[in-house]
Design a protein. Structure first.
Length: 267
């Protein structure tokens, strides 16, 4: 069942995306993808390294016949131009597509990695050349170290950024987000529920509240959710179609819960 999931423009890309997207890495077969896509989402994120490359192949099969409806993002962990080019060609074959909407440099978590990837002969050269060739539409960066990702976004080279953010991990509000706003970089959020670790506490909010929380920040465009639980994904998609943001009191309640979970070492 397709829900009326709200859409937005993904930063300076101009792409219209649903505010909920699918995160890869959690399905060993196409099972689950049709139902998730039928919820009405149009953003799908994967990576060359997820499940040793098998994830892209599964998603390639899952999107056949509906590729034209979707925004497909994948990633390379390679820091050199030649390695990134090899990864790109493999990703195109595995995803069974002629182009990738958003090609991301994966987990640029350290300064040496960033300098290599963005320097002469680095992976960024491959991404830029592929964009000129029409193999890639936009270029993104991802990572887990907010300060390092802030530095990457500050270069102005990236159209999108993917990072952690949730009610317990608010660090991007003072690092990545201000820079993304300055550069008009599209913001995609992973770990809205910290790999489900924020679910299940005795007084845990409903699952959809974690996704509403991140979408309530005005710099955030999309939040992705892995398909660990198709029923839960469908529930969140339905809930976001009814309401995508929180009231100020709900936001305060979420932050109190997140702070407690972080202090207790639950993350």
């Amino acid at each position: 069942m397709a829900y009326e999931i709200p859409k937005t423009v993904l930063g300076r890309t101009g792409l219209t995306v649903t505010r909920l997207g699918i995160g890869g890495a959690y399905r060993e077969s196409t099972d689950g993808y049709p139902r998730a896509l039928d919820c009405g989402v149009n953003y799908v994120d994967t990576a060359r390294v997820y499940r040793d490359g098998e994830d892209e192949k599964v998603i390639g099969k899952a999107i056949r016949g509906r590729r034209h409806e979707l925004i497909i993002a994948t990633k390379t962990p390679k820091r050199d131009a030649a390695g990134a080019r090899s990864d790109l060609e493999t990703s195109l074959r595995s995803l069974d597509t002629d182009y990738i909407d958003i090609y991301q440099l994966h987990h640029l978590n350290t300064q040496p990695e960033r300098h290599q990837a963005l320097g002469p002969g680095g992976a960024i050269e491959t991404a830029q050349k592929a964009r000129e060739e029409g193999l890639v539409r936009f270029i993104g960066v991802t990572g887990h170290d907010w300060a390092q990702i802030q530095q990457a976004v500050a270069t102005g080279l990236f159209d999108t950024v993917l990072c952690w953010y949730n009610c317990a991990m608010k660090d991007p509000e003072d690092t990545v987000f201000p820079e993304a706003r300055k550069q008009r970089t599209g913001v995609v959020i992973m770990n809205a529920s910290r790999n489900d670790q924020l679910f299940g506490g005795a007084d845990a909010p409903a699952p959809e509240q974690f996704y509403r929380y991140v979408l309530s920040h005005d710099v955030v465009n999309v939040t992705i959710m892995g398909l660990r639980d198709i029923e839960r994904f469908s529930r969140v998609a339905n809930a976001l179609s009814e309401r995508e943001t929180l009231t100020p009191q709900e936001r305060a309640d979420m932050e109190a819960y997140g702070s407690r979970m972080r202090q207790e070492g639950k993350l």
